[in-house]
Design a binder for this molecule. Sequence first.
Ligand SMILES: *[C@@H]1O[C@H](CO)[C@@H](O)[C@H](O)[C@H]1NC(C)=O
Ligand SMILES: *[C@@H]1O[C@H](CO)[C@@H](O)[C@H](O)[C@H]1NC(C)=O
Ligand SMILES: *[C@@H]1O[C@H](CO)[C@@H](O)[C@H](O)[C@H]1NC(C)=O
Ligand SMILES: *[C@@H]1O[C@H](CO)[C@@H](O)[C@H](O)[C@H]1NC(C)=O
Length: 399
Amino acid sequence: MAKLGTLGRSGLIRKTNDGMRLIMTTFVGFLIGFLIGISFPSVNITKLHFPSSIASYNEDKNSGIKTQALLNHAWISTHNNNSLLNSTSTAKIYVSTNPKGAERLPPEIIVPESDFYLRRLWGNPSEDLPFEQKYLVTFTVGYEQKNNIDAAVKKFSGNFTLLLFHYDGRTSEWDEFEWSKRAIHVSARKQTKWWYAKRFLHPDIVAPYEYIFIWDEDLGLEHFNAERYIELVKKHDLEISQPGLEPNNGLTWQMTKRRGDREVHKETEERPGWCTHPHLPPCAAFVEIMAPVFSRNAWKCVWHMIQNDLVHGWGLDFALRKCVEPAHEKIGVVDSQWIVHQVVPSLGNQGQSEKGKAPWEGVRERCRKEWGIFQTRLADAEKAYYKKMGIAPPNATSV
Ligand SMILES: *[C@@H]1O[C@H](CO)[C@@H](O)[C@H](O)[C@H]1NC(C)=O
Ligand SMILES: *[C@@H]1O[C@H](CO)[C@@H](O)[C@H](O)[C@H]1NC(C)=O
Ligand SMILES: *[C@@H]1O[C@H](CO)[C@@H](O)[C@H](O)[C@H]1NC(C)=O
Ligand SMILES: *[C@@H]1O[C@H](CO)[C@@H](O)[C@H](O)[C@H]1NC(C)=O
C-alpha cells in the first residue's frame, strides 16, 4: 500500500505535471474545447461559461486541480437544466436493491466489485488492460525468503495476478526482481497470512478471480506448475484444494501426503481413532492452511468465517468443509502437482520473548489458544442457530 502511494503521489504524477505544464498552458483552450467537444457533442462551445480569467489559470502550478474546476464549471453551466444536477430532485433517488448504504445512487453508477489490475495514468481507460488475469496468487513474505519466493513466482504464468504481503516492512528491496514490478505489495509489520487475507482479500475485491491461492513463503515448487494445477482442479471439481506434500518432517496429516499413483485424492486413512467418520476431517473434506487454493465461491464463504482477532487461522482447516457441499467431494489434494513444505523459521520467530520463553514458544501458545477460541465460537454459533430455528442439530457438525 505504502508503495503504491509513493508511486502515485510523489513520483509519476508530479513529474508529469512539471513536464507538461508548458504544453498544458499553451493548449488549455484547445484541450478543454476538445474534451467538451467529445463528451457532449451537441453543446456549442461558444455557449459555455468559463471563469473570467483563464490567465490566472495559466499561472497556477496546480494545473491538474484547476482543469477539474474548469471542466466542472463548464459542465454545470451547460447542464443546469439537467435533473441529475438539481439537488432537490437527486434526493428522491432511493433504490432499496442497491448495496446497503448506497440506496441514494442511481443503480447504473454503482460498482460493487473491484480487482487488483494495475492501470496506466494516461490514455484511454478502456485500453488500460491488454487482458485480465483470471487467477490470484498471494504469498506472505519476509525478505529473507526472497530466493524461494523468486523461484515460486516463476511457476505462475502471466494469467496470475501476484500479490505479496510483507510482514517485515521490506518492500522496495524486491524490485531487484523483474516480476516485482507487476506485483502488488502490501506491507504491515508482523502480521499473519490470515490477518492480511481478511483485510485485503474481501470477496468483492477479488471477484474477478476464478481461483485464489493463499500461500506461505516456505514452499518448494520444483514439481509444481500452476496452470496445470488449475486444469486438474477444474477437471476434478475441487472448490478447495492444495497440492500434495512430499512426505518429510513438515508433514502432519496423512490427507495432504502426496500419492504417487494418481492425479488427485479426496480421502485417506489416518491413525486409528483420529477420524470420527471417513468423510470428516482429517480423513476427508480437509486441506491444511499452508497452501490452500479456493474457488471464487468457496472463498466467499471462507472469508466470512475468518475471525478478525484469530490471526493464525488454526482450526480453519477443520472448518473449511462448512463452506462446500458435499465437502468430501469438493475438497481434495492434487497429487500430480506437488510441493515440498520446507519448514523454515519465519513469522513464528517474530514473536516477543516473555517470561524467559523463546519468541516462537509464545507464538505457538497463541496459536493453540486461538484454536480453542475458534472451536468454541463455531460450536456456539451453530448451537445458537439450531436453537433459534427450533431444530435438533445434526450429529456430524462438531469440528
Ligand atoms: C434551461 O432552461 C431554460 C428554460 O427552460 C432555458 O431558457 C435555458 O436556455 C436552458 N439553459 C440551457 C443551458 O440549456
Ligand atoms: C429542480 O427540482 C425542483 C423540485 O423538484 C423543481 O421545482 C425545479 O423546477 C427543478 N429545476 C430544474 C432546473 O430542473
Ligand atoms: C493463460 O490463459 C489462457 C486462456 O485460458 C490460455 O490460453 C493460456 O495458455 C494461458 N497462459 C499460459 C502461460 O498458460
Ligand atoms: C445422532 O445422535 C443420536 C443421539 O446421540 C443417536 O441416537 C443417532 O443414532 C445419531 N444419528 C446418526 C446419524 O449418527
